[in-house]
Design a protein around this ligand. Sequence first.
Ligand SMILES: [Zn+2]
Length: 397
Amino acid sequence: MNKLKISGKRLLDSLDRLSTFGGRPDRGVDRLAGSAADLQARRWMAEHLHAQGLESWTDEVGNVFGHAPGVGNSRLLLGSHTDTVPAGGRLDGAYGVMAAMEVLTTLHEHGHPAARCLEIVSFWDEEGARPESSGGMVGSTALCRSPRLTLIDSYIELHIEQGPRMEEAGHELCVVEGIVGVDRHLIRVVGEPNHAGTTPFPLRKDAGRALVRTAAVTQELLRSVHDTVVGNIGTLTLDPGAPNVVPGAAQMVLEIRAPHEESLTRCADVVLERARTIAQEEGCTVEHRLLSHKPVVDFDDGMRALLEKVTLGTGRAAGCLYSYAGHDAGVMSAHVPTGMVFVPSARGVSHSPREYTPEHLLVQGAQVLLDAVIAHAEARTVSGSSGGAGAAPSARV
Ligand SMILES: [Zn+2]
């Protein structure tokens, strides 16, 4: 039997059409969640699905869904988001939704049985880029709290990598193992404010100097824990913050991302240990508070195995990696077996009008998504409705 193929041209045409909603002269896109462009794009998607003989509906949050007529009550969900950051790119999120639409259309027009256990979605406000937004993933979070989640038995998201690692490794496809955990630490050094002219250096308790010394060695400390760790000091303040006052207190927020919980803990330990040593040398003390902890997400083993089989089956260079950016898949993963596939981002650029992936890799990624849906449907048939056997994704406990 000939392998079912997506239409590369139709996929690229859909991506082009979607990019006209909020399109910018520099090839970027302004399509913030809830903007006129975002709403027009969602309406277009629904109309486009209807024109293909498919059904579409929008839930109370704004998520747009699509499926074939006669769809069953146990569905593999495919999707991503069509909102963007300000001056974003044409592919972040949009690619996963247009590929999902192409996969559903292909299955439907060929009367393939996998179409009857498939739902696609464009989630509402993934980016959280609006000033009033509370961190994004709004649509996927709402779906996971809705009774309609019972219709969904698994989730696959296709996305651009948004980083340079695949290109560096020469990979055309990657199975995503999970999403890194993110910790934010408030580190505050307390010293003594004093006159910046009359206080000799040896008598100062300069909290600013102690904190900056710590900040300067933080990258080396994080690297010493594990080469998969990244961190960022994005805010640093001195108190009272006057040119002629020795800072009496100083604080920074250190954000750490790592694919293992142990690394997150170890990083915090080594940075705090060094901060305390330096503070002691400077006559100061250290206060610490964990501001937030987003745990590491590990995607379902069965789903990962299925996606690995499909990507390796292409014969193209494929690998696996952790995502350092958040995705709707991270939210879904807590509720249903979830998997993710990446295609490369040229020069690792994303959240920018310069976001780019060669067209043949976009087409190949969407074909892999179709292959995965068919393999998933076959595994479901083999293992029965209970799932869990062989490569069929297993339910999370
Ligand atoms: Zn995205």
